[in-house]
Design a binder for this molecule. Structure first.
Ligand code: DSN
Length: 423
């Protein structure tokens, strides 16, 4: 080969640049993504990426960690302040990794767990085929009320008393309305169960005081990823309160249980994001929820109409009337038009419909971060309607979407307010 392996290096750079250019010309509505600020990008591309720091700050198994330790200790303080927790562990490298650590630390194989089923919006790591099952847990699922789009409180209380599980898990990936933690945590406590809350999707909303406050509603341990409504780098976090001796079990489960080195450059990025959220989080989260409500009001068959459609960053649309392949048809068609979101099972869909589910899941957190407001949501709904209902050529719409996005190329709600970003 003429250029040797450099060709591959060039190809990768070319794809990275093409990806960034494409993404910044689209309307990204994937509910589990966001964009980081230039300061966070600086941390993520720093020399921390080359370092090992197993263990806890100032008690490391590696030398050379004096600056890493300072950053991580600032992070523990900031996360505890932001979430009112007694303890914060920034080491998990993803939300699933945080969940794994909790299952390893607090349960034994054969213990019972109650989780939200994936088709009701639960995360795959809670399921028998995911981290919970891999830990050997006997996984049961919450009774679900399709009308309320939420856990059925009476039946769930009955199930907890019948099963006496070791752990109950709230939270999930399809998450328009808060879960009944206040109602069910005391029942879980009656039978001696741990109460866990997976805040991956709503961490930024909790930080901004715009969603339920799990740690004050009876949750023992809150896990999350750090890159959805919480606009940080990809990673995970565990927060807990009044945990007594169990803290040590969890600490060991994280290291050396489910990871050896954590990703220090991402850890530093999480710390800067926590500072951003302490400063700007309430404004950002409030605008996310206002934008989601504004988008939901623009029509389509949005679920939860009699409950005000949404209380989070998500808008869930049923597109089963529009095409036999429903979400499996709509999501790729919208991608051609530069509108990126994902298809999603709705609670009444059988699992076999995983490739042609009834729903679309829309998240507005990223477009909010680049400065969009309620009126922009109306424009987004019009773009979607032109593709899905009026059957306009998606390529034509894509050009207009790219033109529209040119105005929104800066990150807000950060110390780099209004600076150009990199997607
Ligand atoms: N699967 C991700 C989501 O999009 O919700 C979470 O890990």
């Amino acid at each position: 080969m003429e250029n040797g392996y450099k060709t591959y290096r060039d190809k990768v750079i070319e794809y990275l640049e093409a990806h960034e250019k494409w993404r910044s010309s689209t309307i990204n509505l994937i509910a589990s993504e966001n964009v980081t600020s230039p300061s966070v990008n600086r941390a993520v591309s720093s020399g921390f990426m080359h370092k090992y720091a197993e263990g806890w700050p100032r008690q490391r198994y590696y030398q050379g960690c004096k600056y890493v330790d300072e950053v991580e200790l600032i992070g523990v303080d900031l996360f505890c302040k932001l979430f009112g927790s007694d303890f914060a562990d920034l080491r998990p490298i993803s939300g699933t990794n945080a969940n794994q650590a909790v299952f390893f630390g607090l349960t034994q194989p054969g213990d019972k767990a109650i989780v939200l089923h994936t088709s009701h919006g639960g995360h795959i790591s809670h399921m028998p085929f995911g981290a919970a099952g891999m830990r050997g847990l006997e996984v049961h699922t919450w009774p679900f009320d399709n009308e309320e789009f939420n856990i059925d409180v009476d039946k769930a209380a009955q199930l907890i008393r019948e099963l006496e599980p070791r752990i109950v898990v709230f939270g999930g990936s399809l998450f328009p309305f808060p879960h009944p933690v206040k109602e069910l945590a005391p029942v879980a406590k009656e039978v001696g169960a741990y109460v866990m809350y997976d805040a991956a999707h709503v961490l930024g909303l909790i930080a901004g005081k715009q969603f339920q406050d799990p740690l004050r509603e009876g949750v023992d341990v809150m896990t999350a990823s750090t890159h959805k409504t919480f606009p940080g780098p990809q990673g995970g976090i565990i927060l807990y309160k009044n945990f007594g001796d169990d803290v040590a079990k969890l600490q060991w489960a994280i290291f050396p249980g489910v990871l050896s080195n954590h990703h220090l450059h991402h850890m530093a990025g999480k710390v800067i994001t926590a500072a951003e959220m302490l400063e700007f989080g309430e404004k950002y989260a409030a605008q996310i929820v206002k934008n989601a409500e504004a988008l939901a009001e623009e029509g389509f068959k949005v679920i939860g109409e009699d409950k005000g459609y949404t209380e989070s960053h998500q808008v869930i649309v049923d597109v089963s009337d529009l095409h036999e392949a429903a979400g499996g048809w709509a999501a790729p068609l919208l991608e051609e038009a530069g509108i990126i979101l994902n298809k999603n099972l709705l609670p009444w869909d059988p699992l076999e419909k995983v490739n042609t589910p009834s729903g679309l899941r829309i998240g507005v957190q990223e477009m909010t971060r680049v400065g969009m407001l309620e009126d922009n949501m109306k424009d987004i709904a019009v773009f979607m309607r032109r593709v899905l209902i009026d059957k306009e050529d998606p390529k034509k719409v894509e050009k207009e979407v790219a033109e529209y996005r040119k105005e929104y190329q800066k990150v807000y709600y950060s110390f780099d307010h209004g600076l150009p970003m990199k997607e």
